[in-house]
Design a protein around this ligand. Structure first.
Ligand code: 13P
Length: 242
């Protein structure tokens, strides 16, 4: 699966141009999902255009609220996302863990709230450069993976996004990605060894020069692309040729 995470980028015109260009250049395959995650303010416009072009791209939200029992200014509930045509939601992105101070219990609630409405969480995990240096990557990942309960297993996508690789132009080496994805897949099996394998996708400075090598690993089930997803022709090439 190939996922475009636009983060806080875009405008109505850019969304229109991107969807028009992608619809002319991409060849969607049933067995390889393509997910577009624009800012929430553009979800409605995006789904209308995707439908108009019969594009076959799925929609994902960058935001989802789990605190549903009280008035909440600014909240975007899972029901609203379903109403808007979303099938996925990014949860636990390192930028939100940092700037929105998201903690583990909020993340568990978000994952649960999403799954209850049949929205698939794209659950992001990853170590920072300090943790990479001091050799605590596996402990960090285990703690993040401990939030996954066995009844989530058929609903979830895990995104391994080493924080030091996000937006830096310094993607992880394929050997690092392979070793880490193998670890994640093994650790997930300890949650339930009868479970189907959860897709594990990689994100962090994926671009036109490195996507092929990264995606060629059989341990990499997809790519979560930030900056390089903004350019529609490049994004279409990455999708078509990965
Ligand atoms: P970049 O591809 O810009 O490094 O962003 C990765 C990311 O955070 C996607 O969620």
């Amino acid at each position: 699966m190939i996922i475009a995470n636009w983060k806080m980028n875009g405008s109505k015109d850019l969304i229109k141009d991107w969807i028009t260009s992608v619809s002319e250049n991409i060849k969607i395959q049933d067995e390889k999902e393509c997910v577009f995650c624009p800012p929430v303010g553009y979800l409605n416009l995006s789904i209308e255009l995707i439908k108009e072009k019969e594009l076959g791209i799925k929609l994902g939200s960058q935001l989802i609220e789990s605190n549903l029992s009280q008035p909440l200014t600014g909240g975007v509930s899972p029901e609203m996302l379903v109403d808007l045509g979303c099938e996925y939601a990014i949860i636990g992105h390192s930028e939100q863990r940092t700037y929105y101070n998201e903690n583990d219990s909020q993340l568990i609630n978000k994952i649960e709230a999403a799954i209850e409405e049949n929205i698939k969480p794209i659950y992001c995990i990853g170590e920072n450069s300090e943790q990479k240096k001091n050799g605590t990557k596996q402990e960090v990942l285990m703690k993040q993976l401990d939030l996954i309960k066995s009844n989530y297993l058929s609903h979830l996508v895990v995104a391994y996004e080493p924080i030091w690789a996000i937006g830096t132009g310094e993607n992880a080496e394929v050997s690092h990605i392979n070793e880490t994805h193998a670890f994640i897949k093994e650790y997930i099996k300890t949650i339930s060894n009868t479970a189907n394998e959860i897709p594990v996708v990689y994100g962090g400075s994926v671009n036109l020069n490195n996507y092929k090598e990264i995606y060629s690993s059989e341990l990499v089930n997809g790519l979560l692309i930030g900056g390089a997803s903004l350019e529609p022709i490049n994004f279409s090439i990455i999708y078509n040729q990965s």
